[in-house]
Design a binder for this molecule. Structure first.
Ligand SMILES: [Zn+2]
Length: 110
């Protein structure tokens, strides 16, 4: 049994794409990925357009791995999806983030 997903998508001929959960705009950019802990011994890993940053001594958050996917909508909305693992389940949560004051770079694009 499932309820309504917090992740909004648009299904098209060539596949399914992520859309902004606040305005429905389909021009959404991935701007950050984080993982805590980043391994068995703790630490924090963050990836954005500036590269990969790892903080080995960062304390663990919660009881299982916590993964964040951060996005920026071309209409100015910023949001993240959080995946938290606990006791065999992976929970998904969406959170609005403060609007950026300037354009946020996509992690990578050609
Ligand atoms: Zn938007």
């Amino acid at each position: 049994m499932s309820g309504q997903s917090c992740m909004r998508t648009l299904v098209e001929t060539f596949g399914e794409k992520l859309i902004c959960p606040f305005c429905g705009w389909e021009w959404v950019h991935p701007i950050g990925v984080s993982c805590n802990p980043s391994g068995k011994h703790g630490g924090y890993l963050f990836i954005n357009s500036g590269g990969v940053k790892q903080v080995p001594n960062f304390p663990r958050q919660g009881r299982g791995v916590h993964i964040e996917l951060i996005f920026y909508c071309e209409r100015g909305h910023k949001f993240k999806y959080e995946l938290s693992f606990h006791k065999g389940n992976t929970n998904l949560k969406r959170e609005s983030l403060p609007a950026p004051t300037q354009w946020e770079e996509t992690i990578w694009r050609d």
